[in-house]
Ligand binder design. Structure first.
Ligand code: COA
Length: 264
């Protein structure tokens, strides 16, 4: 356990931190407190070497996260709306996208609005077959404000993103798979096992190289950077890391690598 929080449950299993957003009576809608607690949990886990990956899911069987908490922002001004979006980007959505350890969303039900945006900020998504995904913000007279307009287009292509955002339609898990929005679809019972199957592979790899791979993949989606140039630089830097020495020695000695992940 990392900390005691009201809206977040945490459990460490096989080197993986499972974070469960725990407001099931509100379908795990993201209020300010949840955002703060999620941020603090992620900051804390970043420095724990034993944690190699994160799985993010929602409490109960019905919902991953049904969006930002609508009641909380119902009376916001223009300035408050802007602040809500920018704080969210900073503390959660960009933060997760650029996190140094892989984050997998286990989408166990509704992933709507900020909920789908949360899943899309994660590095991978696995959905259970009851999941429903969509960005219904235009039904409320707003637009997606936690990166949805950008990340949905990156994942499913611009045409499908336009359709989903302007119609506010939800899609089911199979369609989400078909469009590349989720990596796998499982039964509800198998959802976490599938995520653990992925994290068990990550856990044997170089944490330093995994962290760098996340950084470089993201660089290609940052209009101020040239992803290829960042790749060249980071590829070069890999040769100076202890993990590289260990990986190469292990190969030559025909043994499994024991990566320590101390960076360079
Ligand atoms: N913010 C705040 N509360 C929310 C919420 C949200 N995004 N989504 C659901 N809830 C609350 C409901 O108000 C309800 O609370 P109550 O029991 O105190 O009235 C509770 O969660 C259960 O939701 P309910 O609507 O009764 O469940 P349902 O099965 O009939 O419908 C949904 C499920 C997901 C279709 C429906 O809750 C919904 O449309 N939610 C809003 C989705 C959305 O627009 N998200 C984007 C926000 S920007």
């Amino acid at each position: 356990m990392i900390m005691t929080a009201e809206s977040i449950l945490t459990e460490i299993k096989n080197g993986v931190l499972v974070i469960t957003i725990n407001r099931p009576d509100k379908l795990n809608a993201l209020n300010k407190q949840t955002i703060e607690e999620l941020h603090e949990t992620l900051v804390d886990a970043e420095n724990q070497k034993a944690i190699r990956a994160i799985i993010l899911t929602g409490a109960g069987t019905k919902s991953f996260v049904a969006g930002a908490d609508i009641l909380e922002f119902a009376n916001y001004s223009i300035a408050e709306g802007r602040q809500l979006s920018s704080t969210g980007h900073f503390k959660i959505f960009n933060f997760i996208e650029n996190y140094s350890k892989p984050v997998i969303a286990a989408v166990n039900g509704f992933a709507l609005g900020g909920g789908l945006e949360l899943a899309m900020a994660c590095h991978m998504r696995v959905a259970s077959d009851n999941a429903k995904m969509g960005l219904p913000e235009v039904s409320l007279g707003v637009i997606p404000g936690y990166g949805g307009t950008q990340r949905l287009a990156q994942l499913v292509g611009k045409g499908k993103a336009f359709e989903m955002i302007v119609t506010a339609d939800m899609i089911n898990a199979q369609d989400a798979y078909k469009w590349g929005l989720v990596n796998y679809v499982t039964t509800q019972e198998e959802l976490l096992n599938k995520c653990f199957e992925i994290t068990s592979k990550i856990a044997t790899k170089s944490p330093t190289a995994v962290r760098t791979a996340i950084k470089v993949i993201n660089a290609g989606y940052n209009s101020t950077l040239n992803g290829y140039e960042v790749e060249i630089e980071e590829f070069g830097k890999s040769f100076g890391t202890n993990d590289f020495k260990e990986g190469i020695n292990a190969f030559i000695e025909k043994r499994k690598a024991n990566f320590q992940g101390q960076g360079n």
